[in-house]
Design a protein around this ligand. Structure first.
Ligand SMILES: [Mn+2]
Length: 539
C-alpha cells in the first residue's frame, strides 16, 4: 500500500494537492489522523459557561434540544440527545417542520418546553437569527444555550451562552469550519472532559456527527476529517442501529456505506408529520422501533425520488436554455417543492461549474430560494448586501438561502446576474477538478484500495474524478431512465473493457456515437467487486 501511494503520488500529485496534501507525511496523517486532531473544546468562547450550566442543571428536569430541519440539524440534535440521555438527563428533542415552520427557533417548541417544566433549551445548527424567540423564551424563564455554525449577523440573540466558531471572540480558534453537528459534538466533548467520563462515550457519537459534516459540505480537513473518517468506520462496524438499518435497506452491496443516500433520506424526513423521526432513528437502541422509523422514512423518500428527478431534469433543461456561459451563472425558477432547491442548485453547480440560484413557490405570497457557489464567489455577502429585499436570508459563502416575496424576485434576479458578471469566474477551472489522467488498465485493486482509504468524500475531498483519453466505444450504447435521460455503454482502452453509466448524459449521446476516439471523465464505482465507470463528461 505504502509503496503504491508513493508511486501514485509521483504520477498524480494533483490528486493529493486537491486535498491540500503535498507530501507523503501529510497524506499518511490524513489517512490515519492521530487523536490530537480532536481540538480542545474549551478553546471555544462560552464553552465553560455552557458546560457549568448543564452540569448544575437538575437531572430530573427536562432539557429541550432544538435542532434544525435538515440532515445537519437532525444529526446535531441526535448527538446531543444521545449523549445527554446517556449521562442521565431527561431530554426532549425538537425539529421544526421544514415546510410549516422552516429554519427558525420554534415558538411552539418554547411553549412545549414551558409546559413540561423545562428551563433550559439547547439549540443546535440553529439559533443565530433567533433574537426574538430567545427573548420570548426568557419571558417564560427559559435559558438558551445556542450551539450553531452559521455566520454572525447583526441580530445576535442575547442568549445565556453561544457556542459558535465564527464569534468575534473565537478569532483565534485553530479551526472554524465546523458543521452544526460538529459544534454539538464539541459541547459533548467538553462536558465529558469536565466530568472526566470515559472517552468512548464521546467517540461513539462520531458516526452520528459524520452525517452533518457530509450533509453540510464543510471542508474535510482538521477535526472534520477526524470525525468523518472514524464516524464512517463506526457506521461500517454497525455501531449505530438506525444508520445500519437504513443503509441495509438502500444499498445494493451491504458492506458499502452509502452515506450520501443516508444524508438525502435524513433531509427528506424533516418534511413529514413527525420531523424528529430522524433524531429518533439515530438515537434508538430498540430494533423494532428503529425498523418502524426507517420504513416510514424510506417510504417518504421513495415517493419523493420521482418528483425530485423530474425537478432536476427540468432545471437542467432550463439551464441549457440560458446563456450560462455568458452570464457566468444560472438562475432557475422551479415549479417543484422548495425542499429540492438546495439539491438542484448543487447539481447545477456540479454540471455547469457556475454559481446557481433556484427559487420556487413556498406559499401564496412568498418564494424560497437556495444558492450554491463555486470557490471564490461569496454568496452570503451578496445576500447580506441586499438584506432589505428578503424576508429572511442567511447561510454560508458557498451555500445560502432566502425567503423572498414574489414582487422582489425580478429585482433579485437582476442583482444576482449583475453580481456574477462582475465576479472573476473562470469557466475553464473545470479541468482542475480532474484528479488524474489514467489509463483504464490503471484501475486495479491497488488503486481501488487506496481510494477507499480516502472515504468518506465531501467538500475539499471530493469523489475522485479521472480522465482517460482516446477510449473507443464497444457495441451499442443504450438509453435508460424513466425519462430516457441516462445512457449505458462499454468502453475500451489499452485492451481493457469496462462498463460505463452516464446519468443525465443523454445530451452527449451523439458525440458518443459519432467519434472514433473519446475522452471521458468519470468516477469509479465498485459494486460487489465489479468496476463501473460513472461518467460525467464525454468529448
Ligand atoms: Mn448546518
Amino acid at each position: 500500500m505504502m509503496k503504491y501511494l508513493d508511486k501514485y503520488f509521483e504520477k498524480n500529485p494533483q490528486f493529493f494537492s486537491h486535498r491540500g496534501l503535498d507530501n507523503i507525511d501529510s497524506i499518511n496523517r490524513f489517512l490515519s489522523p492521530p487523536k490530537k486532531w480532536l481540538n480542545n473544546p474549551f478553546q471555544f468562547y462560552d464553552m465553560d459557561k455552557a458546560v457549568n450550566e448543564i452540569i448544575n442543571y437538575p437531572k430530573n428536569r427536562p432539557i429541550l434540544i432544538h435542532g434544525d430541519c435538515d440532515a445537519d440539524g437532525v444529526s446535531a440534535c441526535a448527538v446531543l440527545t444521545s449523549y445527554l440521555s446517556k449521562i442521565g438527563y431527561n431530554i426532549e428533542s425538537y425539529i421544526p417542520n421544514r415546510t410549516i415552520e422552516g429554519h427558525i427557533i420554534s415558538k411552539k417548541a418554547i411553549d412545549f418546553a414551558h409546559s413540561i417544566g423545562c428551563s433550559l433549551i439547547i439549540t443546535c445548527d440553529i439559533g443565530m437569527s433567533g433574537k426574538l424567540e430567545v427573548e420570548y423564551g426568557k419571558s417564560k424563564s427559559i435559558k438558551f444555550i445556542i450551539t450553531d455554525h452559521h455566520k454572525i449577523n447583526n441580530h445576535t440573540p442575547n442568549a445565556y451562552a453561544i457556542i459558535n466558531p465564527w464569534l468575534e471572540e473565537n478569532k483565534n480558534l485553530c479551526f472554524k469550519d465546523y458543521s452544526g453537528s460538529g459544534v454539538a459534538f464539541k459541547l459533548c466533548h467538553a462536558i465529558n472532559k469536565k466530568l472526566s467520563l470515559e472517552e468512548d462515550l464521546v467517540y461513539k457519537l462520531m458516526s452520528i456527527a459524520a452525517i452533518g459534516i457530509i450533509s453540510d459540505k464543510v471542508s474535510i480537513k482538521n477535526e472534520n476529517r477526524y470525525i468523518s473518517l472514524y464516524g464512517y468506520n463506526q457506521i461500517k462496524s454497525g455501531n449505530n442501529l438506525g444508520i445500519s438499518l437504513i443503509n441495509n435497506k438502500v444499498s445494493k452491496n451491504k458492506t458499502e456505506i452509502n452515506i450520501n443516500k443516508i444524508v438525502q433520506i435524513m433531509n427528506v424526513a424533516t418534511n413529514i408529520d413527525d420531523p424528529s423521526l430522524g433524531v429518533k432513528l439515530l438515537t434508538t437502541n430498540n430494533p423494532v422501533l428503529a425498523n418502524k422509523y426507517a420504513n416510514i422514512m424510506l417510504t417518504t423518500f421513495k415517493k419523493n425520488q420521482l418528483s425530485f428527478s423530474n425537478a432536476i431534469q427540468s432545471a437542467i433543461r432550463q439551464a441549457h436554455a440560458q446563456s450560462y456561459k455568458k452570464n457566468k451563472c444560472i438562475f432557475i425558477i422551479s415549479d417543484y417543492d422548495s425542499a429540492y432547491n438546495g439539491a438542484i442548485a448543487s447539481r447545477l453547480v456540479f454540471n455547469f461549474n457556475v454559481p446557481c440560484a433556484v427559487i420556487s413557490k413556498m406559499n401564496d405570497s412568498n418564494f424560497k430560494g437556495s444558492c450554491r457557489s463555486i470557490e471564490g464567489v461569496d454568496l452570503l455577502s451578496l445576500l447580506n448586501l441586499n438584506e432589505d429585499i428578503f424576508l429572511n436570508s442567511g447561510g454560508h459563502p458557498m451555500a445560502a438561502g432566502f425567503i423572498i416575496s414574489q414582487q422582489n424576485i425580478k429585482k433579485f434576479k437582476k442583482i444576482f446576474l449583475e453580481y456574477m458578471i462582475s465576479q472573476n469566474i473562470n469557466m475553464t477551472d473545470k479541468k482542475n477538478r480532474i484528479d488524474g489522467e489514467i489509463s483504464l488498465s490503471d484501475i486495479n485493486s491497488d488503486l481501488i484500495s487506496m481510494l477507499k482509504k480516502f472515504r468518506p468524500f465531501s467538500s475539499g475531498n471530493e469523489i475522485p474524478i479521472f480522465k482517460t483519453k482516446n477510449v473507443s466505444l464497444v457495441g451499442n450504447p443504450s438509453i435508460f431512465g424513466s425519462d430516457n435521460s441516462s445512457i449505458q455503454f462499454m468502453v475500451e482502452h489499452n485492451h481493457v473493457t469496462l462498463n460505463a453509466i452516464g446519468f443525465n448524459l443523454i445530451n452527449r449521446f451523439e458525440i458518443l456515437l459519432s467519434k472514433n476516439k473519446l475522452d471521458i471523465e468519470y468516477s469509479i464505482l465498485i459494486n460487489n467487486d465489479k468496476v463501473n465507470l460513472k461518467v460525467y463528461n464525454i468529448n
